[in-house]
Design a protein around this ligand. Structure first.
Ligand code: NAI
Length: 284
């Protein structure tokens, strides 16, 4: 199927980035959020980014104006009525996602594919709230969307081959690289990153080396751009703990058990970069 018009539900961190890359690739894009202020913030952020591209000579004024013409903002889900694909990026809660998918199912034409940017929820469970489970799939982007090349394409149990193919083609057309992943907790990237983070935290807990040395070793010895403990601090230790507990419960496998040091840091309020202290001190 040919995608001409794209809808993005949610104009927060991920939705604004997704809308930006769609418009940059020439797709007519409508962004919907319940909060007018968030839409204004997204509009300002995208505009600033495009102005920067003009200032750096990457695009000219005409190209910027063409992009601006392609993107529109609304607080009404009904604005998706002529979209061929809608990508949802709202709160990570199954009841909220099911509610909006049901609404979108009622508003969108029968051919419209509805995708979710969920990091962990079941695509099949979201699809069950609609009458078009064959046209529902996961499209998992990475933060920041404008810089990160990967999209994990995640079919649910009822997703059709045609839907999968359309999403793969669309992903390439917005200059991202698709990888198809089965519907399992964390898909590929977050599952493996979680293991890296908790293993680094166990090494720290066992006193194998200091946080600085663990991260230095993984950067210089494994070629990682960032050490796993610094990554955990950046993600937020509360989120890292939550993800680890989620995998532990979902897989029922002790290999995902969170290290006590992670729990202790969270209980102490040391959540990483956002609180100024985690495995490293950011207060100075
Ligand atoms: P966010 O909190 O920055 O943005 C969510 C937006 O959805 C808010 O602007 C909110 O007003 C809006 N919203 C909430 N309910 C709505 C409704 N019923 N209708 C319309 N708009 C509604 O969240 P963020 O970080 O962008 O995450 C969105 C989704 O993307 C979540 O499912 C998250 O798990 C996933 N994700 C997040 C990543 C990240 O690094 N932040 C990475 C990959 C996926």
């Amino acid at each position: 199927m040919d995608i001409k018009k794209v809808g993005v539900l949610g104009a927060g961190t991920m939705g604004a980035g997704i809308a930006q890359v769609c418009a940059e690739s020439g797709f007519e894009t409508v962004v919907v959020d319940i909060e007018e202020a968030i839409l204004q913030k997204a509009l300002a952020g995208i505009g600033k980014s495009w102005q920067k591209a003009v200032d750096k000579g990457k695009i000219d004024d005409a190209a910027k104006a063409a992009r601006e013409k392609l993107i529109s903002f609304s607080t009404e889900i009904a604005s998706f009525k002529d979209c061929d694909l809608v990508i949802e990026a709202i709160a990570e809660q199954i009841t909220i996602k099911q509610k909006v998918f049901k609404e979108m199912d009622g508003v969108c034409p029968s051919h419209t594919i509805l995708a979710t940017n969920t990091s962990a929820l079941s695509i099949t469970e979201i699809a069950a709230a609609t009458s078009r489970a064959d046209r529902i799939a996961g499209m998992h982007f990475f933060n920041p969307v404008t810089a990160m090349k990967l999209v994990e394409v995640v079919p649910g149990t009822a997703t059709s081959e045609a839907t999968k193919e359309t999403i793969v083609t669309f992903t390439k057309s917005i200059k991202k690289e698709p990888v198809i992943a089965k519907e399992t907790p964390g898909f590929i990237v977050n599952r493996i990153l979680n293991s890296l983070i908790i293993e680094a935290a166990f090494a720290y807990q066992e006193g194998i080396a200091s946080a600085e040395e663990i991260d230095k070793a993984m950067k210089l010895g494994a070629g990682l751009p960032m050490g796993p403990l610094a990554l955990a601090d950046l993600v937020g230790l509360d989120i890292a703990l939550h993800v680890s507990e989620y995998f532990y419960n979902e897989f029922n496998d002790p290999k995902y058990r969170p290290p006590i040091v992670l729990k202790q840091k969270v209980r102490a309020g040391d959540l990483g970069v956002k609180t100024g202290k985690g495995f490293f001190d950011y207060s100075k």
